[in-house]
Design a binder for this molecule. Structure first.
Ligand SMILES: *[C@@H]1O[C@H](CO)[C@@H](O)[C@H](O)[C@H]1NC(C)=O
Ligand SMILES: *[C@@H]1O[C@H](CO)[C@@H](O)[C@H](O)[C@H]1NC(C)=O
Length: 315
């Protein structure tokens, strides 16, 4: 009997402990881009699953959010740029912000009285993100992601890399930040975007060194990758499954992602692309939403495909 009581008590205590241990975390991800939202939301969902209460400002609010995940809809910023006025009455222990071009949101960091600030970047490392935590980022050694250079740059490449990264740093410091400061001033006077920009406690990079070259990272810059890939994905629609199952010479999946769509390509390149794919012996699943003058027999046009299920399909 005693043992049972003890076990019950510890279970209850453990439960209560877990519950009170959650933090209030505000996530801000203003990119009007699905591919930026997915890893960010995966991070916030994982935090919610660990018992934290998360509030997530996103241009694509999460459908069916878990209990302790609250959406703040930023989808209006697809159409207009004024995305201020999000101030609420909550208190937060931490803010995780997408560390791209959204420094005007630092107004919220001040509004919420400077919680611990963390950055999340789903596109690898950018010079000004490295600068925000004082991480060394030597343009002699680290090729910028804008260039296809390796870590063994020739002198000309090195000069190009130095010029470009210097330019982005100057642009950020003397053009972008002053504009962010002006916007922030309107809503939260007394905020310094310059100070907050240098006050990150942690930077989470959606990156993996296997996709690039070794570079020094400080202990508070961590690389995580492919957060959006889930362990169980939705089943393939019957039609696509059949098409891939019957691909005797293998299959190719072709998609330009979410920001650029194939129907936005000029007719010439689009036809050339279609002809090239049509000349292959493999079957091609092509994400295309719109008119197409030609229709090679080995190509199947789909408006949308469950990408993870397609790529995860085994023969
Ligand atoms: C914040 O609190 C004030 C006063 O308690 C209230 O009037 C206001 O509506 C609240 N704002 C929000 C966004 O909840
Ligand atoms: C920097 O962050 C700490 C908490 O991590 C906070 O106490 C401090 O006020 C912040 N300072 C600025 C200038 O943002």
């Amino acid at each position: 009997m005693h043992v049972v009581t003890l076990v019950l008590l510890s279970v209850l205590l453990f439960h209560a402990f877990q519950y009170t241990h959650g933090y209030n975390i505000l996530g801000i991800c203003p990119s009007a881009s699905y591919s930026h939202q997915q890893p960010f939301q995966a991070l916030m969902k994982a935090l919610a699953a660990r018992g934290h209460r998360v509030t997530v400002a996103s241009t694509i609010p999460l459908k069916n959010p878990p209990l302790n995940y609250e959406n703040v809809d930023l989808s209006f910023s697809y159409r207009k740029k004024d995305c201020t006025g999000l101030r609420g009455n909550k208190t937060f222990d931490a803010i995780i912000i997408e560390q791209l071009w959204f420094q005007c949101y630092y107004a919220l960091v001040k509004h919420y009285n400077f919680p611990v600030l963390m950055g999340f970047l789903s596109v690898g490392n950018l010079p000004y993100v490295m600068d925000s935590v004082g991480n060394p980022d030597d343009p002699n050694l680290n090729p910028d992601m804008a260039y296809p250079f390796t870590d063994k740059m020739a002198i000309v490449e090195r000069i190009q890399n130095i010029l470009y990264t210097t330019w982005t740093r100057l642009y950020y410091r003397y053009w972008h930040l002053p504009r962010a400061q002006r916007i922030a001033n309107e809503w939260t006077p007394g905020v310094s975007v310059y100070d907050i920009d240098k006050n990150f406690s942690l930077v989470i990079l959606g990156n993996n060194h296997v996709f690039g070259y070794p570079k020094p990272l400080l202990p508070h810059v961590i690389e995580v990758h492919s957060l959006q890939i889930s362990e169980k994905f939705e089943p393939l629609p019957e039609e696509i499954r059949e098409f891939l199952d019957n691909a005797r010479d293998g299959a190719i999946y072709f998609s330009l992602g979410s920001n650029l769509q194939t129907h936005q390509l000029p007719a010439g390149p689009l036809t050339a692309l279609c002809n090239a794919l049509g000349s292959l012996k493999q079957r091609v699943l092509l994400k295309h939403d719109g008119y197409m003058a030609i229709h090679p027999t080995n190509v199947k046009f789909v408006k949308w495909a469950p990408q993870q299920a397609v790529l995860g399909k085994t023969a």
